[in-house]
Ligand binder design. Structure first.
Ligand SMILES: Cc1cc2nc3c(=O)[nH]c(=O)nc-3n(C[C@H](O)[C@H](O)[C@H](O)COP(=O)(O)OP(=O)(O)OC[C@H]3O[C@@H](n4cnc5c(N)ncnc54)[C@H](O)[C@@H]3O)c2cc1C
Length: 426
């Protein structure tokens, strides 16, 4: 068969499929075309990168860290084991990030806010009014189109010169003179990365664990949740503008591929049972469980719940955070709001694994006790940490030092230059 015959046959098949499925209530509107850029070394499994900053994990904190590093002039690579950026915000479907405001004013801005704002505006959505103090904390979470958000994050990475490697993860990490050699693997790809600084944004501090630095993990963790939507009438594309349902998956654990597989199988099996039982249509299902808790680092300092609820302003604060203490258990969650006027902060030392050099973390693995972490883990705070880690790693790479030895005034100045609000100066 010639290729043009093949194309015609394929078109006929697609058209038949369209008419066939339309009758059953599902229509493919049209097929359009786009061509991916040719990868020059596609047949070659061995790939090498020499970068200033390697970000492992392109989730809520990771893509912000990478965009910041790229914009500040660092040669930057993100290695992300999934197929898109955004992590729990997009792949987990928790596309209602918060909280960017506290007590009537914005306290977290910068790159995360820029992305959230742009994706809401592009989607014709509405931004909350931060001058109004809501009755319930969740009223100022920002409902965002998860699909647009992921694509905008890719666009901003490209504009900042950040290279992205999806479907890959580190296998070994070795110390070198200027920093690290990180050997990553993906299907059909072995990538050797030489970098000066690592930003670990894997959620559970996986690189920190590989290097043998101490981490904290509770005997019983908060449940994960699978996000989905059941309905009566199938409305493709509409469901994500409504609030999704959440199924608690108790025991959900993102520690490794086996525990994560178990959480996904358990969650999906239960949703299938509900579809059968309730005789409703499955209108929306995220591709994986959203995980609330796994490992946290033991950092150069540890944020306690008292630090958090008292709104302690640390000497080396690099970001604000704001959310109730929000621990989910087998019986549900009873958020404990912060007292009026209190706004917690996050110190740089809580992002540095104790005793380490040339590695920094950002995201829910921040060094904190369990109750403090239940508030710190939310997305605006993770984005704030990501931007600060991007700044600290870039300045350390440029100066040939480690993030903890970069003068704080330089970190604060660069953060402000890139639109972030710095505690004590807002
Ligand atoms: C069900 C649920 C509801 C929530 N509700 C809210 C809410 O209402 N408001 C709010 O603001 N926050 C909420 N949160 C909390 C918040 O969404 C998360 O804590 C936050 O998004 C975590 O960000 P992160 O960057 O630390 O991790 P993630 O966003 O999970 O990113 C980690 C990334 O690293 C990648 N990765 C992991 N390991 C590797 C590896 N070895 N190599 C390469 N890549 C790797 C992952 O694929 C992922 O993309 C909720 C969380 C859950 C699960």
């Amino acid at each position: 068969m010639t290729s043009s015959n093949h194309d015609t046959d394929r078109r006929d098949f697609l058209q038949q499929s369209v008419f066939g499925t339309a009758a059953a209530g599902l229509a493919i509107a049209s097929t359009s075309h786009v061509t991916a850029q040719t990868v020059s070394d596609a047949a070659e499994p061995e790939v090498a990168n020499d970068v200033d900053v390697l970000v492992v994990g392109g989730g809520t904190a990771g893509h912000v860290a990478a965009i910041q590093a790229g914009r500040a002039g660092a040669k930057t690579l993100i290695v992300e084991r999934n197929s898109q950026l955004g992590g729990t915000t997009t792949t987990g479907g928790v596309s209602f990030p918060g909280l960017f405001d506290a007590w009537g004013k914005q306290v977290i801005a910068g790159i995360g806010w820029e992305l959230v704002k742009e994706s809401v505006e592009l989607d014709g959505g509405e931004l909350p009014n931060f001058t109004r103090v809501p009755q319930r904390h969740w009223q100022n979470q920002v409902y965002t189109n998860q699909f647009l958000y992921a694509i905008l994050a890719e666009e901003k990475c490209a504009q900042a010169g950040v290279e992205i490697a999806f479907y890959e993860f580190p296998q070994t990490v070795t110390k070198t003179e200027p920093g690290w050699q990180v050997d990553c693997v993906g299907f059909g790809t072995n990538r050797r990365v030489r970098c000066k600084q690592i930003i670990d944004c894997t959620g559970g501090a996986e690189v920190v664990g590989m290097l043998g630095f101490p981490r904290l993990r509770e005997e019983e963790r908060q449940p994960g949740s699978f996000l989905f939507m059941l309905g009566k009438e199938h409305q493709p594309g509409k469901s994500q503008n409504q609030r999704l349902h959440q199924l608690y998956v108790h025991g959900a654990d993102s520690t490794n591929s086996r525990t994560a597989t178990e959480a996904n199988l358990t969650g999906r099996k239960s949703i299938l049972a509900r579809v059968r039982r309730e005789k409703k249509k499955l209108m929306h299902l995220q591709p994986e469980t959203g995980f609330r808790e796994s490992y946290r680092i033991e950092g150069e300092t540890l944020i306690t719940v008292n630090d958090y609820t008292s709104g302690r302003v640390f000497d080396d604060a690099i970001s604000y955070a704001f959310y109730p203490v929000d621990l989910h258990t087998r019986t549900g969650v009873r958020p404990k709001p912060l007292k009026p006027g209190k706004v917690p902060t996050i110190p740089l030392r809580a992002l540095i694994p104790r005793g380490s050099r040339n590695i920094i973390v950002a995201g829910r693995c921040v060094s904190s006790d369990r109750l403090a972490n239940s508030g710190l883990r939310v997305q605006a705070s993770c984005m704030g940490m990501g931007q600060a880690a991007g700044v600290a790693a870039t300045l350390a790479a440029k100066a040939g030092t480690t993030p903890l030895e970069v003068p704080l005034t330089e970190i604060h100045a660069l953060l402000r230059e890139h639109g972030q609000i710095v505690p004590g100066t807002a």
